[in-house]
Design a protein around this ligand. Structure first.
Ligand code: ADP
Length: 191
């Protein structure tokens, strides 16, 4: 299986580049942010809990997220591989993913680290907020999310560096040029 973690701060282009990866490699896609927003829009208990964290720019608790991934993998069926988008966001989540995938006799093939400077992220996210309808795309919450990324999520990169699967990708430039670098990185890890 070709399992890819698409990694990077909010606004780094994970969702956009996931779409490109799905088309080129015919992979399944799981975005924990999208799953959580679906729970919110259908007014579930999990959605209410998630919203209370998301609206402050905080992470949703690990056990909730890991449970979601577990049941997703359980129902996934026969696929070429999975793109994990917005997950893992803590080292505990990365460790849990490693164990879950091991139970399917597979692992993360590559962690693509999209690098974008903070001022560019801020501009992109405020711009997205004008049309996204997302309640967490306002200046105050964006700042909190970038801070949470630095403190809680960045250490995940060291986890994947130690696993020998992390690749840095410059996340500024045209979408196509960035994807060309991504495809090169995936192909070199997928031999
Ligand atoms: P972005 O990448 O723009 O921050 P996401 O849709 O990935 O957007 O995430 C939105 C929010 O959903 C996060 O700020 C967080 O509150 C919650 N969330 C998403 N994925 C996770 C995760 N793996 N662990 C904890 N919280 C998460």
């Amino acid at each position: 299986m070709l399992n890819i973690v698409i990694f990077g701060p909010p606004g780094s282009g994970k969702g956009t580049q996931s779409e490109n990866l799905i088309k080129k490699y015919n992979l399944a896609h799981i975005s924990t942010g999208d799953l959580l927003r679906k729970e919110i829009s259908t007014n579930t208990q999990l959605g209410a809990l998630a919203k209370s964290h998301m609206d402050k720019g905080e992470l949703v608790p690990d056990d909730v997220i890991i449970g979601m991934i577990d049941s997703y993998l359980d129902r996934m069926g026969n696929v070429n591989g999975v793109i994990f988008d917005g997950f893992p966001r803590t080292v505990a989540q990365a460790q849990a993913l490693k164990e879950l995938l091991a139970s399917y006799k597979t692992s993360v093939a590559v962690c693509l680290n999209l690098e974008v400077p903070n001022d560019e992220l801020m501009t992109r996210l405020i711009e997205r907020g004008k049309t996204s309808g997302r309640s967490d795309d306002n200046e105050e919450t964006i700042k909190a999310r970038l801070d949470v990324y630095d403190k809680q999520t960045k250490p995940v990169l060291d986890f994947y560096k130690k696993e020998g699967v992390a690749v840095n990708i410059k996340g500024v430039g045209s979408i196509d040029a960035i994807f060309a670098d991504i495809a090169d990185a995936v192909d070199s890890k997928n031999k």
